[in-house]
Design a protein around this ligand. Structure first.
Ligand SMILES: NC(=O)c1ccc[n+]([C@@H]2O[C@H](COP(=O)([O-])OP(=O)(O)OC[C@H]3O[C@@H](n4cnc5c(N)ncnc54)[C@H](OP(=O)(O)O)[C@@H]3O)[C@@H](O)[C@H]2O)c1
Length: 252
């Protein structure tokens, strides 16, 4: 192929998105929405192999190319391999969605150093080192990074301090990388409110949570996926922004 022909192929090639933790729950909804938007998708998983294959089958049914890649994003070497494998198998990388995260209740007097380390390792370092590898792989063509923050980055929750600190870290990571990577790469974050609660979340706490949301309901995964689609397709002048998808919870 002549350089002109190669340029033409690159121009017409479909864009590629990598979604970390894309097998289940919000990650799955985001991966499917990006496939509907016209992206080919790399679905990263850590433990949920069977769910990753099911998500991949649903993406194939939408007519997009898809690969599943197992990696622990908390390990920087695996984050680098994840990005490299995405590019090797799908040909390029245009969008990284840092969705993988860990969340559990940690009352302040029972938090252990291991709890703290895990929140930071997955939620902050995982997102950072995936972004570092992705920004290198995107090269001169540039691209986008979208992080999953949380309203907990803005509002103190006494039972979840290390998690909330990690998500406050994701907010600053978003702003810092937006500044560092402009104008080549836009970096934004979606901050869900209560969408899919852990299965063991107490019924009464759920009711009280819902009562505080102006929209009167919990969020739906598609609400979050629509916000991700917005940042994936919006004008490139929008960068370093945090969009809370919380039914108005942070507005009151
Ligand atoms: N659900 C909500 O209402 C809500 C609200 C606010 C913010 N968020 C944020 O939105 C994102 C998704 O939420 P979710 O509730 O769908 O999450 P989730 O159910 O807790 O699922 C976590 C996802 O992260 C992946 N993951 C965890 N550790 C990983 C690691 N070391 N390496 C690679 N992947 C890893 C899991 O993969 P495997 O299952 O394959 O191990 C899974 O796909 C998270 O960042 C969360 O903090 C969610």
């Amino acid at each position: 192929m002549t350089p002109q022909e190669i340029k033409q192929v690159n121009k017409t090639a479909r864009k590629v998105a990598l979604v970390t933790g894309g097998a289940i729950r919000l990650g799955r909804a985001i991966a499917l929405e990006l496939a509907r938007t016209g992206f080919d998708v790399a679905v990263n998983y850590h433990r949920s192999a069977a769910f990753a294959y099911a998500t991949a089958a649903a993406i194939t049914a939408l007519g997009a190319r898809v690969v599943t890649i197992r990696a622990d994003v908390a390990k920087p070497a695996e984050a680098r391999r994840l990005v490299a494998e995405t590019v090797r198998r799908l040909g390029r990388l245009d969008l990284l969605v840092n969705n993988a995260g860990v969340f559990w209740r940690t009352p302040w007097d029972t938090v252990t150093p291991a709890d703290f380390d895990r929140f930071i390792a997955v939620n902050v370092k995982g997102a950072f080192f995936c972004s570092q590898a992705a920004a290198r792989a995107m090269g001169r063509r540039g691209g986008r990074i979208i992080n999953l923050a949380d309203v907990g980055a803005e509002r103190p929750w006494p039972g979840y301090i290390p998690y909330a600190i990690s998500k406050a870290g994701v907010v600053m990571l978003t702003r810092g990388l937006a500044a560092a990577l402009a104008p080549r790469i836009q970096v934004n974050a979606v901050g869900p409110g209560a969408v899919l609660l852990p299965e063991d979340f107490p019924h009464e706490s759920k009711r009280r949570l819902r009562a505080k949301i102006p929209m009167g309901r919990l969020g739906h995964p598609d609400d979050v996926a629509a916000a991700v689609r917005f940042f994936a397709t919006c004008p490139d002048y929008i960068t370093g922004q945090i969009l809370y998808v919380d039914g108005g919870a942070t507005a009151v």
